[in-house]
Ligand binder design. Structure first.
Ligand code: ADP
Ligand code: NA
Length: 340
């Protein structure tokens, strides 16, 4: 008996890019019609790797601006930053004591980010999925729209919810609460753009944290920059295949067709019906036009909003208060369940 509620977060850890937009932010907007929606700038996640304080403050406003510019309505949705609602840290600690170290050690994102240096990364980086579970479960969110890279973390959130419900089953009942105290949250990973790859190398994820990747399409890029980056995207020499089967083993082609499909609300098959058998010289300019038409107005609006710090800070403050009201209800129960 959980009401349909969506939670999703973005880290203020660098340049927002096309992958964040297609995999997450763009999908936040229609969910406002069907769910109660809570969108968070996860600044506490960002500091799991070093962030200059002033950069963090600027990037936090930038992510909030991106939400609004993309069509998230701060009246219909709760928009806030994580550090303003202290219950995130409080529940994360309880979850640190529920989750097992072995679960954390298996996370592929941790292994990727820690690399060979796993003894000298922050403890927070290892515990990251536990904080993410707290973000989601504080609001008893039933669904989380994310990109494919977050799938494993969502599974861990479900494991933490189930273990908490199970470990504390007797106490939950004793407190007169619903035995399904935390929901088993559904990941919403769907559509043709669940994992946008780098335009330089179709085998690497487009990511905020790779400063050397000049091919990344930033949500702050103007029309000219967007168009140039798409025209320079690495491709194989063959023409576009006639069907989706023909995209197999062609990561760059698959990526560009996926981006076109996501931006135009089509399937890859539909895009190939239109462009199959044609060369990149035909497809790339069409993709560039489409991307410019969608992204350039948004980047203009983002740039305007980033300057208007009073408005952005007001939205985050108001959202923080609304989020805290829900979060405190959950924490109030959790404290009693745990025995605090
Ligand atoms: P990043 O991985 O760029 O640092 P975050 O970890 O803050 O970004 O993720 C924010 C959201 O953007 C998540 O839902 C994540 O799954 C999504 N996302 C990140 N990169 C991509 C990508 N290349 N393609 C699709 N979705 C992505
Ligand atoms: Na990510």
């Amino acid at each position: 008996a959980f009401s349909p509620r969506v939670f999703s977060g973005i880290q203020p850890s660098g340049d927002l890019h096309l992958g964040n937009y297609l995999g997450a932010i763009r999908r936040f907007v229609p969910l406002q019609d069907t769910h109660e929606t809570i969108y968070c700038v996860v600044d506490m996640h960002a500091i799991t790797v070093w962030q200059e304080p002033n950069d963090l403050r600027r990037a936090t406003r930038e992510v909030a601006a991106a939400f609004i510019a993309a069509g998230v309505d701060p009246k219909r949705s709760i928009v806030f930053n994580q550090s303003q609602v202290m219950q995130h840290a409080e529940l994360a600690w309880v979850f640190n004591c529920i989750a097992r170290i072995g679960w954390m050690n298996r996370m592929t994102q941790f292994k990727d980010k820690a690399g060979k240096n796993s003894e000298n990364v922050s403890l927070g980086l290892l515990a990251y999925p536990s904080l993410m579970a707290a973000d989601i479960l504080l609001y008893k969110a039933t669904a989380v729209p994310v990109g494919d890279d977050q799938k494993q973390h969502l599974e861990l959130t479900r494991d933490i919810a189930a273990k908490f419900n199970n470990d504390y089953a007797a106490s939950i009942v004793e407190q007169g609460l619903d035995p399904d105290f935390f929901p088993i949250t559904e990941p919403l990973i769907a559509g043709p753009a669940t994992r946008i790859m780098s335009l330089r190398d179709g085998t690497k994820k487009m990511s905020k944290s790779d400063p050397s990747d000049q091919s990344r399409i930033s949500l702050l890029d103007d029309a000219d920059a967007i168009s140039k980056k798409i025209k320079k995207a690495t491709t194989d020499p063959a023409e576009l295949p006639l069907d989706v089967e023909g995209l197999k083993g062609r990561p760059e082609a698959d990526n560009l067709v996926g981006i076109y499909a996501a931006l135009s609300d089509k399937t890859k098959a539909e895009v190939l019906t239109e462009f199959g058998g044609q060369g990149w010289g035909k497809f790339k300019p069409a993709l560039a036009d489409l991307a410019v038409a969608q992204l350039a107005p948004m980047s203009g609006e983002m740039r305007r909003l980033i300057e208007d710090t009073t408005t952005i800070d007001g939205i985050l403050r108001d959202g923080g208060e609304r989020a805290a009201a829900i979060a405190e209800k959950t924490m109030h129960d959790v404290r009693r369940i745990v025995g605090f």
